[in-house]
Design a protein around this ligand. Structure first.
Ligand SMILES: [Zn+2]
Ligand SMILES: [Zn+2]
Length: 220
């Protein structure tokens, strides 16, 4: 089993989880994580709450004080942003550049042809680092679409997330992504304190398929 000590996909009470930043950080230290990515949805992304820039800045102040209080833990100020059907990322108040890491995710159902066409457009804008739960909303899968998607992600250096909440259905894509030398990351997609750092499923997939799982420093 891999021994990566990070979780890059954790929601807080600034979006659709109950966990506070303090609770996330304390839990991460208890289970010996080295890096956490607090990755909330921000308005108008699905699962977000209105509040715009004020909400983002309030969360940032909490993250900054947690960094001072717990200097041994790397706490990333991240966001999970919707990939929209027109091939853009949802706007976020204050811009995307303010975050350490952006996870771009589909939160609407599409077949693989629409998926890869949208993905190809959004990838060109180079605004995100990780493709979240890549097949979580796929209604069908064609091998030629998976091949194109893997090639585009590899070319752009965008990491594919092995997500703990969505079971892998299309192993063909993973095999092709490996052949194209795509990189992978791990994320629990935690919405509660207990699930922070739960990465066994992603680690198993990474081991089974011998995937290159990168460390958070790759993005920073
Ligand atoms: Zn998501
Ligand atoms: Zn999420």
């Amino acid at each position: 089993m891999l021994n990566n000590r990070y979780d890059l996909h954790i929601h807080s009470n600034y979006s659709d989880s109950k966990s506070t930043v303090q609770e996330i950080v304390r839990r991460a230290i208890t289970i010996n994580l080295e890096t956490v990515g607090v990755a909330d949805h921000f308005w108008p992304s699905l699962g977000s709450r209105p509040g715009g820039k004020n909400l983002i800045e309030k969360r940032r102040r909490e993250i900054e004080s947690a960094r001072v209080e717990f200097p041994s833990l790397v706490i990333l100020d991240s966001a999970e942003v919707d990939i929209q059907s027109d091939g853009s990322l949802a706007p976020v108040a204050g811009g995307l550049e303010q975050f350490d890491i952006i996870i771009g995710s589909f939160h609407w159902v599409s077949d693989s042809t629409q998926w890869v066409s949208t993905l190809s457009k959004v990838i060109k804008k180079k605004q995100f680092h990780i493709l979240g739960h890549w097949d979580g909303y796929l209604s069908s899968y064609k091998e030629e679409d998976g091949d194109l998607a893997a090639q585009a992600l590899a070319g752009a250096g965008i990491a594919i997330e092995l997500n703990e909440r969505y079971m892998l259905e299309h192993t063909h894509f993973i095999e092709r992504a490996k052949e194209y030398d795509c990189i992978f990351t791990l994320g629990s997609d935690s919405h509660s304190v207990e699930t922070i750092g739960q990465l066994d499923y992603g680690k198993k997939i990474a081991s089974d398929f011998d995937l290159e799982v990168v460390e958070p420093s790759f993005f920073l």
